[in-house]
Design a protein around this ligand. Structure first.
Ligand code: FES
Length: 202
């Protein structure tokens, strides 16, 4: 992020939008709620950075919903009990398992925990690689597979230069990406309603 030019930012946006559209074209895999209908604010307000309200009630365990906030893709992942249980097993392979790096920028205080989340079940993270801004791909299925280690427990693989992240967006050691994925400010308005972009009651 420190050396990312404006041009790169624009490119990364196109990349994630293209990937999102591609997923829709093959049947909306892992997108439980129609993309556009999740946005509560107007288009103009959203572009200005207004908080985005999202109904998360239709997201099933193991599924991911992507919404846009401040021009960035924000992932909302409902982790399965198995995915939550696997998180501590990654710690010794991670570059920053406790989310101590750039805490003000990357991890709000309420997310400085094993799951980097307010609720163990849900992970909310910005889907932009901290290396050069590509959008990592879902690799939720555990086990050996191309470009991933044999003991893979599920997470994300950045297709650009091979950085890997666990199901809490924590980056693995010795990868090009220097940091964990950003956790945006967020809060739950109810069990089914999430607000992204704000984390304090007025
Ligand atoms: S942009 Fe993700 S590894 Fe380079």
């Amino acid at each position: 992020m420190t050396d990312t030019s404006e041009a790169n930012v624009d490119t990364s946006r196109r990349t994630w939008i293209a990937i999102t559209c591609g997923a829709g074209a093959v049947g909306g895999v892992a997108v439980a709620v129609p993309f556009v209908s999740t946005f509560a604010p107007s288009e103009r307000a959203r572009a200005a950075g207004a908080p985005v309200q999202v109904d998360i009630s239709a997201i099933k365990p193991g599924e991911k919903l992507t919404v846009e906030w401040r021009g960035k893709p924000v992932w909302i992942i409902r982790r399965t009990p198995e995915q939550v249980a696997a998180l501590p097993k990654n710690d010794d392979q991670l570059a920053d398992p406790k989310s101590l790096r750039k805490p003000d920028e990357l991890t709000p205080e309420y997310a400085r925990n094993e799951g980097r989340s307010r609720k163990p079940e849900f992970f909310v993270g910005v889907g932009i690689c901290t290396h050069l801004g590509c959008s990592p791909s879902d690799k939720f299925t555990p086990g050996a597979q191309p470009s991933l280690p044999d003991d893979w427990k599920g997470g994300f693989l950045c297709p650009c230069h091979g950085s890997t992240f666990d199901m809490a967006g924590r980056v693995f050691k010795n990868k090009p990406a220097p940091d964990n994925l950003e956790v945006p400010p967020h809060m739950y308005l109810s069990d089914s309603m999430l607000l992204i972009g704000e984390d304090k009651k007025a």
